[in-house]
Design a protein around this ligand. Structure first.
Ligand code: UDX
Length: 445
């Protein structure tokens, strides 16, 4: 079985590498010639642990190839994956321009029966639009005789562990409208379905909604905990005790109940928004999802509020060390990252930021360019030099252990704002450090 994947973004590239690693002949098509050339040389344009190796190895073995030539792509695959981006429109709904353009391209070049699989996260009903687009183009070509199936096969990979998630998936959701499509997808995924049955087949619309429901549920858990953290602050409780207490109930569980400075990244914010817009479009008020989003937007300013409460409204002349720019550890991705909201608020109040991140420094430079109130520091210690206080935004392992005495000696004021509840309040107190955390009281100790 030969596979063509349109789109070498996060999802497309990881899936392509994993299929090639399983032994399939994979051809990736992308309109970005520069990216295609780099990938063909084995250069991976994104930071994702464990991705470099399969891209290089399978590239060298001739199982994973890249092209800008769509006609060649369509001719190659028995299965055509659509894995291009669906950026949010101005109103937050997913922009389907690229997805439908690929559908059109496939229909323009296909000359045998084919299976088109939508992998991009798309609103419910998109696969129908893909089908309609293909029907329209085939009719225009006078080739309505050509048979095809459309299927939905959403991905569930997490940045930072994308290759592992894709190689050993929890579940493989396939949304199909025919036995032929189901059988072909079962065959395709057989190498990933060995230990236990992971394939869950359903109708296409349910598959499309499953993806949104999963991400919105996880986002809801986080916003829920952040809301309780705000309550804990005001009620004099410690959210970390509460988290332990509720997580022990298996119906709740310990996963994804960490309070913090809000969720970011390319999925949760976009998908919550897109489902709200989908609901709006059909006249349903998705009140819960709107609150999830609202809580998250406010949560990104949580630390900023604490900083103002401590230092006052005017931060002119102040310098803050900021550790962690990426939206979460093990990625260089700063899309919707809380660090951005925090830095921008600090700049607006007149402060300077000395930032460090193990992987996202280049990305930060790309987003903000050179500006006098941003100093990108090569080491975490350098970021502390001349800083009034430290703000921890992303819980990289490299920030886990700190020497409170060193902190006290380096920072102008012994104050730490811990946006991820990494540091021990009792230890901070022993060393005379003021530690502001999330949902652990306005001032700990
Ligand atoms: C997510 C989903 O996990 C994945 O299944 C889906 O396919 C894409 O979206 P990702 O965006 O890579 O993956 O990151 P994830 O590890 O899920 O974290 C998302 C955000 O939630 C991060 O900003 C993280 O800091 C935050 N988070 C996560 C919390 O604030 N608290 C938690 O308990 C867990």
């Amino acid at each position: 079985m030969r596979i063509t994947i349109f789109g070498t973004g996060y999802v497309g590239l990881v899936q392509a590498a994993v299929f090639a690693e399983a032994g399939y002949q994979v051809l990736c098509v992308d309109v970005d010639a520069d990216k295609v050339a780099r990938l063909a040389r084995g250069e991976v344009p994104i930071y994702e642990p464990d991705l470099q190796h399969p891209v290089v190895e399978n590239g060298a073995a001739g199982r994973l190839r890249f092209t800008t030539d769509a006609a060649r792509g369509v001719a190659h695959g028995d299965i055509q994956f659509i894995a291009v981006g669906t950026p949010p429109d101005e109103d937050g709904s997913a922009d389907l321009t690229y997805v439908l353009a690929v559908a059109d391209t496939i229909a323009t070049h296909m000359d045998t029966e084919t299976l088109v699989v939508v992998k991009s996260t798309v609103p419910v009903g998109t696969s129908d639009k893909v089908r309609a687009k293909i029907v329209e183009r085939l009719a225009a070509r006078g080739r309505s005789d050509l048979q095809f199936d459309v299927a939905s096969n959403p991905e569930f990979l997490k940045e930072g562990s994308a290759v592992a998630d894709c190689t050993r998936p929890d579940r493989i959701i396939i949304g199909v409208a025919s036995r032929r499509a189901e059988e072909r997808l079962r065959e395709l995924y057989a190498p990933f379905n060995r230990n236990r049955e992971k394939i869950i087949a359903m109708d296409i619309r349910s598959a499309e909604l499953t993806k949104y429901a999963a991400n919105c549920m996880l986002a809801t858990k986080i916003s829920f905990m952040n809301e309780i953290a705000n309550l804990a602050d005001r009620l004099g409780a410690d959210i970390e005790h509460v988290r332990h207490g509720i997580g022990s109930d298996p119906r709740i569980g310990y996963n994804f109940i960490y309070p913090g400075v809000g969720y970011g990244g390319s999925c949760f914010p976009k998908d919550v928004q897109a489902l709200i817009r989908t609901a709006d479009q059909i006249g349903f008020d998705a009140a819960l999802l709107k609150s999830v989003e609202e809580r998250n937007n406010r949560q990104k300013s949580y630390i900023v509020d604490k900083i103002h409460a401590h230092f006052g409204p005017d931060l002119g002349g102040r310098t803050f060390a900021l550790w962690g720019l990426a939206f979460k550890p093990n990625t260089d991705d700063m899309r919707e990252a809380p660090s951005r909201v925090i830095m921008e608020a600090l700049w607006a109040a007149g402060a300077t930021v000395r930032a460090h991140d193990p992987k996202a420094m280049e990305e930060c430079q790309r987003i903000y360019g050179d500006r006098p109130d941003l100093v990108l520091c090569d080491t975490r210690d350098e970021a502390l030099q001349g800083a009034d206080a430290l703000i921890l935004v992303t819980e990289w392992k490299a920030y886990n252990i700190i020497d409170f005495d060193d902190m006290k000696a380096t920072l102008k004021q012994p104050v730490i704002f811990d946006g991820r509840n990494v540091y021990d309040p009792a230890a901070a107190k022993r060393h005379g450090i003021t530690l502001y955390a999330v949902g652990r009281g306005t001032r700990n100790g």
